[in-house]
Design a protein around this ligand. Sequence first.
Ligand code: NAD
Ligand code: DAU
Length: 351
Amino acid sequence: MKKNILITGGAGFIGSHVVRLFVNKYPESKIYNLDKLTYAGNLENLKDIEHRENYTFIKGDIVDGEFIGLLFDKYKFDGVIHLAAESHVDRSIANPMEFVMTNVIGTVNLLNAAKVHWKDDFRGKLFYHISTDEVYGSLGEEGLFSETTAYDPHSPYSAAKASSDHFVRAYHDTFGLPTVISNCSNNYGANQFPEKLIPLFINNIKNNKPLPVYGKGENVRDWLYVEDHANAIDVIFNKGKIGETYNIGGNNEWTNIDLIKVLCKVMDKKLGREEGTSEKLITFVKDRAGHDLRYAIDSSKLQKELGWKPSLQFEEGIEKTTDWYLNNQEWLDNVTSGEYKKYYEEMYEGR
Ligand code: NAD
Ligand code: DAU
């Protein structure tokens, strides 16, 4: 196991689950969480492990290359798990440049620092880049994304992630940097910022607010419980083959409208409302520009070669997720105060 592991974006949704898993599972390793604490980063997500001896939080920006270099000098990282990113498609449509800076420049800064500080003696080192299935573009009604599917990103978010994946492969092919990449489907679970479909709709159902379904709600996503993604990241970090790519998915496709109806039903039950009450909040609104129709992942490589598989059924995952949001009102209140209101108005007013 690596001794000094840098996890970027560890205060965000997926990152916080990865940090917790690694801090608990690898007490002999030091886990460094580097995060800028943007609107999406929240140290509340890590309250339960923040005093652990093998955990250090570093506030900082991956876009600052000099600062990243100093960190590599100081902490002698031998492993990097890179999750820090701007992650919301709608925000990338409103402000693409932020996505170029963090997702592309930030990633290249980290690659450069690893290359320089590992000084071509790459033995025992690993740079693991966390990416998305959105780089593959959109599927029709049939087929699945595999690791060899050609890249075809459509949003500024997915274009920036695709670009960062290309840089990771270029550093492997050109400089021999030991890298691995995984591309995962849509995650859901505790601590996801309520701009994304599932937590946004849970919050709106609770507050009797309209549920803004883009277009006709026919788009399909392949949903994976976030702790299953964190487990896959652990498996790939420890057993993945250098230079390889692994797709991660839930084998769990839903049209948005079907998923939303399930969510409404579960929430009606939990809130003691009559069945059908929350469905009345469904409001069809203007579609997202460049909206990809369908994502679906073939994760057989990861399953066959490294032995990972998703552990949770969707029904159980949705139960756990709705319970978490209902039991963590303070977390929700904190992240939806201030800036969030402005974001919400700008994104949904007049849609
Ligand atoms: P998130 O938006 O919840 O968290 C991102 C984190 O990165 C935040 O803590 C934020 O403060 C930090 N960050 C942003 N810019 C930074 C910068 N310049 N310097 C340092 N830290 C910065 O994102 P998430 O949903 O947890 O996604 C994490 C990663 O997983 C991303 O790379 C994303 O592309 C990828 N991914 C996400 C999903 C998903 O469904 N959420 C699926 C597949 C892949
Ligand atoms: O596929 C992996 C990707 O999944 C990750 O790389 C991204 O970081 C993550 O944000 C997610 O992207 P999506 O665009 O698929 O997720 P989002 O939750 O924004 O939307 C899910 C679907 O729901 C999508 O088809 C758009 C739709 N939607 C979303 C919102 C926020 C709505 O209909 N209404 C909404 O208000």
